[in-house]
Design a protein. Structure first.
Length: 427
């Protein structure tokens, strides 16, 4: 049984194609069931996010072409339309890839933590739908353990490397606990959406989103339990805001010095932390002249991000070393599965022989035969029955000059010490 990963991500496919090949939450149960029914696919899981769609399968045949065909047909696209954008990993590389993905090493932002949670959701859904078995189950459990180890033992996720993450991290340094703060976000694009997610993960519940398009602001606000306002209403709400983060495409500043001065008076000089991520700037530079205002521009954050990226790259090297070791551990575990059936058969045969000899010994005792003689019979007979077949095979191996079998037998039964080739004392 081997593992296969088939997928696309932000490195191999443009956004419009990634959107076409994504699985909606509603379609995933049907997709898992359909995929699981393919010939030779014994286990299956699907990971689908905004930046990647990946299919993980356990299979007993080389059937990746059938999975490609299924993938394209399920989404109503021709194979040739998607083939050049797909990547395929077989077994060991599947194990390594899954670990790298969970650790954020394959993400658009190196070390981002959300992907591990998304993989857990994919595993939980596949388990619920009955498409996870021993092999994929063990893989995902090992992947989650590796992700936790990398997060614990390296600095892969501790340093912000996106302006959104850096802004929220800086706010946390200033305020400590962000849960009691009110945040005003100006804009509703990708950067503000990502900032909102970071704030939400920090426990922020009081969020105001201001945008030129009220509908877009309302959509984002609804997702996080915030409130939406228009840009013209910023002056009416600025005094409520402990934190202001702005990122729009406006050619002119949206928040002026006078507006901020009035807000500070209403706040009775309670400080405001402001981050302007826009280019051109959304907040007039003169705002920084005001007391009780802490204003940072995107340039202020870039130097922090550059230094932190270097830290993450170093942490990524450490993460790869951890993954290398864990890939081998998983392969060792899988190889050990071959011994499980053999051990079970040996135990079954040994138990059968024991039951047979024990039954005869009990009959002898019932017939009044001397107990000491019965015990000798039991011991001798068991020894002879256990060793008859192995002894016959070993003699034949010796006659056939198959010395490696004799070496294996010594290693198995005599606990040979490699240093002096004498049996070890196991007491």
């Amino acid at each position: 049984m081997s593992l296969i990963t088939l997928g696309i991500n932000h490195k191999t496919a443009p956004l419009d194609l990634r959107e076409r090949l994504a699985f909606t939450p509603q379609s995933l149960p049907e997709a898992l069931s359909s995929l699981h029914k393919l010939d030779h696919v014994s286990e299956a899981s699907i990971l689908s996010t905004c930046n990647r769609t990946e299919i993980y399968c356990a299979t007993n045949a080389d059937n990746d072409q059938a999975i490609v065909q299924w993938f394209s047909q399920f989404h109503g696209l021709e194979e040739k339309r998607i083939k050049e954008h797909l990547y395929l990993h077989a077994h060991e590389e599947t194990i390594r890839h899954a670990m790298e993905v969970a650790c954020g090493l394959d993400s658009m932002i190196l070390g981002e933590p959300q992907i591990a949670g998304q993989m857990k959701e994919a595993y939980a859904l596949a388990t619920k739908n009955g498409t996870i078995g021993q092999l994929l189950g063990k893989l995902f459990q090992r992947v989650f353990a590796v992700s936790k180890q990398v997060r614990t033992d390296t600095d892969i996720g501790s340093s912000p490397v996106s302006v959104a993450f850096a802004a929220v991290s800086l706010a946390k340094q200033i305020f400590g606990d962000l849960k009691q703060t009110t945040v005003l976000l100006v804009g509703a694009g990708e950067t503000i959406e990502l900032t909102t997610r970071h704030l939400h993960s920090q426990g922020v519940t009081s969020i105001i989103i201001a945008n030129r398009s009220p509908e877009r602001a309302q959509k984002l606000a609804n997702e996080f339990g915030g409130e939406a306002i228009g840009l013209q209403q910023i002056a009416d709400h600025l005094h409520r805001s402990d934190i202001v983060i702005s990122s729009t495409a406006s050619p002119l500043p949206i928040i002026g010095k006078g507006t901020v001065e009035r807000a500070l008076k209403q706040r009775r000089r309670e400080p405001i932390f402001m981050v302007d991520l826009a280019v051109p700037r959304d907040i007039e530079p003169e705002v920084n002249e005001l007391d009780d205002i802490y204003l940072y521009s995107v340039d202020d954050l870039q130097s922090v991000i550059k230094e932190n990226m270097e830290n993450r790259l170093h942490a990524a090297e450490q993460a790869h070393e951890i993954i290398d070791a864990q890939v081998q551990h998983f392969l060792d575990w899988q190889r050990s599965l071959g011994a499980v059936d053999v051990i079970a058969q040996i135990r079954q045969r040994t138990q059968s022989l024991s039951d047979e000899v024990l039954a005869k010994a009990k009959k002898q005792l019932a017939a009044g035969q001397d107990a000491e003689q019965v015990l000798e019979f039991l011991a001798n007979t068991l020894t002879n029955k256990f060793l008859h077949q192995p002894s016959t095979r070993l003699r034949q191996a010796s006659q056939d000059d198959r010395e490696h079998i004799l070496d294996i037998a010594q290693d198995l039964f005599l606990h040979r010490d490699e240093k002096n080739d004498t049996p070890k004392n196991t007491e």
